[in-house]
Design a protein around this ligand. Sequence first.
Ligand code: ZN
Length: 375
Amino acid sequence: MLLSHTFPRGLALGLAAAAAFLFGIAQASEPRTLTILYTSEVRSQIRSCNCTKFRYGGYGREATLVSKVRNETKNVILVDGGDFVGDPGSEQEKLKADVATKSMNVIKYTAIVPGENELRFGQRLLDELKAFEGVQVVLANVYDAKTGKPVFANRYWIHKTSDGIRVAIIGLLDPVLMSEPPADQAAVRTADPVEALKELLPQVRKEADLVLVIAHAEPVKAKELAQTAGVDVVLCTHSARKPAMPPRDRNTVDATTENIGSCVVVESSTSQGWSIGRLDLELNGASVKSLASRLYYLDREYEESPEILKIYDEYDGRVRELASREKEELKARVKEVLKQRGYDPSKHNKEDAGAKSGPAEQPAQDSASPKPTAE
Ligand SMILES: [Zn+2]
């Protein structure tokens, strides 16, 4: 429940409220708005290639849009609901993960709730997340299996907006998504999210005006969480929902929400970073009076932020280094194989080597070779 009397107000309003209370004058409470911007399941799509297939997205454009919304609107929070990295394994994925974490720092996310991809990615990424300054990493139900301590220090976070609205952000991960073990870290234990939520809520409600649960879970589990008394908004961030696409001449489209009791449930469909979700809540006293839910597609209307362009440039340089290193390693491996087969390349010219040893040329076309940012 939203408690309007907990919002700080100016002296004049305070006196008016006191007068209304003392003299029994009915006073309509002043509506306030809260804007929740969100991303989820970006899965390493760090930049649009501006091509037909991937014409949306990227942190560069996102930074510009977020900055615009913050300039135009009060009480904005920005959250990522997890799976901002893809599958661990390749070196290039690690470079993309670096771009994601650096970009989210620059864009000044309020909070990040890691998904199973981040937990599986490995210790280095987790350490980077823990070192975030200003961006809160929030996860309530994932523990180090050895020590029993929460993997991230914050099980929830209370964010105070510019107007003093206290928003509790609780991050929860559905254990069914953790079927694969983490790549190179100590094992984690994921507790039941409903139990974890029930345990936290009595304390959280004392500290917050609005409770936002970011459920890195499939919709069925997210809706179960929404049935827990005391939750105002649930954002479901592991969803296979096909996103609504905007009409040809526009870059925004309405997104659906659902009400479960007094809780608003939003199923995010911002995958691959193509769009940013935006939920505008008009708060009136103890309830959400009205809301608007939309997706903002990141198309060419949004210039890429210069700060993020620097991060892209650095990434491109590192990808080139990686490609060159991999090429040298491949050459050395081919040379070794040829040597084992009794072939001495120094006795043959380049054309001969190409004609006689097909495999030596093929790896240059290797589809696993690092590619530049735009993909
Ligand atoms: Zn996930």
